[in-house]
Design a protein around this ligand. Structure first.
Ligand code: HEC
Ligand code: HEC
Ligand code: HEC
Ligand code: HEC
Ligand code: HEC
Ligand code: HEC
Ligand code: HEC
Ligand code: HEC
Ligand code: HEC
Length: 463
């Protein structure tokens, strides 16, 4: 930052020099006299605007100032001086980001033919000069990938940080409604706002409940369904979650692999089984090679009737992928069917606890099945499959176990499940009776029978 400050001083000195020579000096002077109180011309103090910045704002502080772009768009040229003065960038001044503006020749007579979008993209390149680290992270994001593809909705730095009103991070945790992601992900925001986290965050923005960037990161945002980064974010805050689930859920670690957290914690959301193509020798998900799309065409070909892949078609699809990726198998995951729905996380009392929701014939979460591969920008490409691929003898081998649930044919599971249920239930029962014994001793005289050991009594006792 030190080098920046001196750079800034040079820029500022140059700007002052050109200003002195400017043919528009008279005009500027008149505008300044009109707009600024005499004290406003004093040197920049804490939170005050520097003299140079006041010069720019003498024109750009005026409401209604606009520039016509090509194709009829209008660029508002008004900059709110107060907001800028309160922002972190007051310290660097206008010219640090607008070094190309030479007051002697400004405003330029030749009006470049540009769209608003082109203007924004060109201007925002300046952020990189001082924020190399964040820019690098951003370059790796799905948002930057979309920008490179020419997606007009891909966010630039300035879509999330109003360039003339950037607040310090500490001061920026305002109401959740102001989160920059909301503009473009409105449906997700709505679901989030009603979740345990959104409600908690709305009550207390410093209470530790996550907002978008806490689960997705702010700059290196990647496809939500790729990798384990979201689960890892959950577990970084809820670090004892696995331990707590183990107390009632057998094979809790296996469930954490095979079932996404929202699949149980967004109880009202529709669910599906996604069978992900997985390269078991490279130990990673099979990804579409850029420029050589294979998945869509192969899936369409195998699914000639367009009714979803059946077990045979799925096997032939796998065979094709086995030609280029040595050992392609399927890895199943039970997840929420829909982006906004994945955010409807409810309080723990509402989470799905009943084993039968999933472990019984014809269980609802297993009625929708998709096959997926990692697409070019990290988002999955999906193709529908028929429900019976989960049981078909051809896929039993490749699905490697995922068939076991919601199946009708595999009786072995029923036996396994009965065993698991027995041991699973034994744990909480054991806990309860221990607690009961434990509590009974000091309260022997006041507790006539175990029946009266109600939850409310124990709550009071604990507090
Ligand atoms: C004399 C009034 C005046 C002053 C002083 C002034 N501007 Fe401008 N500025 C304009 C006008 C008028 C336009 C619109 C030009 C057009 O329509 O092409 C403009 C356009 C701009 C634009 C839009 C992009 C472009 O190049 O057209 C930027 C950015 C800008 N000014 C920044 C600044 C900065 C930074 C300063 C101070 C260093 C400054 N201006 C000082 C009048 C002024
Ligand atoms: C942190 C860098 C930065 C600083 C400091 C800065 N600007 Fe900008 N400015 C930008 C960027 C980026 C844009 C393009 C915004 C967009 O996408 O429209 C811009 C755009 C503008 C525009 C065109 C209108 C608009 O909003 O797009 C004007 C006028 C302008 N700036 C004037 C100023 C003035 C006056 C100051 C000082 C008071 C200033 N800028 C300080 C980065 C900066
Ligand atoms: C999709 C929205 C989004 C985009 C695009 C974005 N940011 Fe951010 N940025 C955020 C959010 C949210 C935060 C605050 C939360 C955080 O840091 O995790 C933040 C924080 C920052 C911070 C302060 C971080 C710190 O820890 O001190 C800087 C500096 C920053 N961004 C610069 C940039 C630059 C430069 C770009 C463009 C290369 C950019 N941002 C693009 C959303 C975004
Ligand atoms: C000339 C250098 C410079 C340029 C160019 C610049 N910034 Fe900054 N930025 C700073 C300085 C200095 C700070 C305040 C000190 C700090 O926290 O790093 C800052 C702070 C920030 C913060 C808040 C960081 C925090 O810790 O709270 C964000 C966000 C940010 N800048 C975004 C941007 C964006 C977006 C752009 C491009 C439109 C941009 N900056 C261009 C120098 C610059
Ligand atoms: C200017 C618009 C814009 C803003 C602001 C924005 N995004 Fe995005 N984002 C997009 C677009 C467009 C996509 C492409 C997919 C889509 O349309 O949903 C996308 C994709 C994503 C994805 C990947 C979706 C998937 O299917 O896996 C995530 C995650 C994401 N954004 C998170 C965020 C977060 C977090 C923020 C705020 C820090 C944010 N976005 C701000 C436009 C935006
Ligand atoms: C098979 C369904 C299921 C899955 C998968 C699941 N949970 Fe849970 N979770 C529950 C249920 C049911 C409860 C409530 C337990 C209770 O009432 O004691 C719970 C409780 C919690 C709690 C509250 C713990 C406490 O006692 O305070 C947190 C936090 C939590 N889960 C986070 C997660 C995270 C993070 C994941 C993913 C890594 C996850 N859960 C996966 C069903 C599940
Ligand atoms: C508690 C963590 C968490 C928070 C907070 C969160 N998300 Fe998500 N987000 C997720 C999970 C989990 C998924 C689904 C991932 C999957 O498919 O496995 C997801 C998926 C997404 C997707 C992809 C949707 C799709 O169509 O597939 C987008 C976009 C997104 N989130 C944006 C946001 C935005 C914007 C916010 C803030 C309003 C936000 N998220 C807050 C965890 C979170
Ligand atoms: C930044 C930390 C953070 C992250 C990341 C996070 N949480 Fe939370 N979570 C919290 C806090 C804090 C609360 C308590 C909110 C409150 O005050 O009610 C909470 C509450 C919950 C609850 C309700 C617990 C109860 O007692 O009813 C569940 C369930 C939960 N989180 C699941 C998740 C899941 C699933 C993820 C990932 C998709 C996740 N959390 C990500 C911090 C986090
Ligand atoms: C939200 C759905 C869901 C709920 C609720 C659920 N499970 Fe599972 N369970 C699964 C999935 C998916 C698998 C993975 C199957 C596979 O990999 O073949 C699984 C696997 C299992 C396995 C086999 C583990 C192994 O290592 O092969 C057992 C045993 C099991 N669950 C018992 C239970 C019990 C007992 C409960 C209730 C306390 C329960 N499950 C609740 C979805 C669920």
């Amino acid at each position: 930052m030190i080098s920046l400050v001196s750079k800034r001083a040079n820029v500022a000195a140059a700007a002052v020099a050109t200003l002195r020579l400017a043919t528009r000096a008279m005009l500027v002077g008149a505008a300044l006299a009109l707009l600024l109180p005499p004290s406003g011309l004093a040197s920049a103090a804490d939170g005050a605007l520097s003299r140079d910045d006041q010069t720019c704002l003498a024109c750009h502080g005026q409401p209604g100032m606009e520039k016509d772009m090509a194709e009829g768009e209008k660029l508002s040229l008004q900059i709110k001086g107060k907001a800028f003065a309160a922002s972190v960038h007051n310290a660097i001044g206008c010219s640090a980001c607008h070094a190309d503006i030479d007051l002697a020749k400004h405003p330029a007579a030749d009006k470049k033919k540009q769209t608003l979008r082109e203007f924004s993209i060109a201007k925002v390149a300046v952020c990189r000069q001082c924020h190399e680290d964040k820019s690098k992270l951003y370059e790796e994001s799905i948002h930057a990938a979309l920008l490179r593809e020419g997606n007009p909705m891909a966010p630039l730095c300035s879509d999330c940080h109003a360039p003339h009103a950037v607040l310090a991070k500490a001061a920026a945790s305002g109401p959740i409604a102001e989160v920059p992601c909301r503009k473009c992900h409105g449906a997700v925001f709505k679901a989030y706002a009603q979740s345990v986290h959104g409600l908690a965050r709305a009550k207390d923005s410093n209470g530790g409940a996550p907002i978008c960037a806490d689960c997705h990161r702010a700059h290196d945002v990647t496809a939500a369904a790729s990798g384990n980064h979201i689960k890892e974010a959950c577990l970084a805050c809820h670090f004892n979650a696995l331990q707590l689930h183990k107390s009632w859920l057998p094979n809790a670690a296996h469930h954490f692999e095979a079932v996404s957290c929202p699949a149980c914690h967004a109880p009202m959301a529709p669910r599906r089984v996604d069978l992900k193509l997985y390269d078991s020798s490279a130990r990673e998900r099979v990804a579409e090679k850029s420029g050589v799309p294979r998945f869509e065409s192969r899936a369409m070909q195998a699914d000639s009737k367009g009714q979803g892949l059946d077990a045979l078609a799925l096997q032939s699809l796998l065979k094709e992928f086995n030609h280029d990726n040595g050992d392609t198998i399927l890895r199943g995951r039970l997840e929420v069917d829909g982006g906004p729905e994945a955010h409807m996380l409810a309080a723990k009392g509402k989470a799905i606890k009943d084993c039968k929701t999933c472990h019984r014939e014809g269980a609802a979460p297993f009625q929708k099945v998709t096959i997926s591969i990692v697409g070019p920008d990290g988002r999955p490409l999906r193709h529908g499959a028929q429900q019976d691929v989960l049981q078909g003898p051809t896929s039993i081998d490749s699905v490697r176990g995922f068939y076991a649930i919601g199946g009708t044919r595999i009786k072995l599971l029923d036996i396994l499940l009965v065993l698991a249920l027995a041991s699973g239930i034994a744990v909480p029962v054991g806990h309860l009776s221990l607690k009961w014994l434990f509590r009974k001793y000091p309260r022997q005289s006041s507790v006539p029978s175990a029946q009266e050991n109600s939850d409310s009594a124990s709550d009071k006792n604990n507090s």
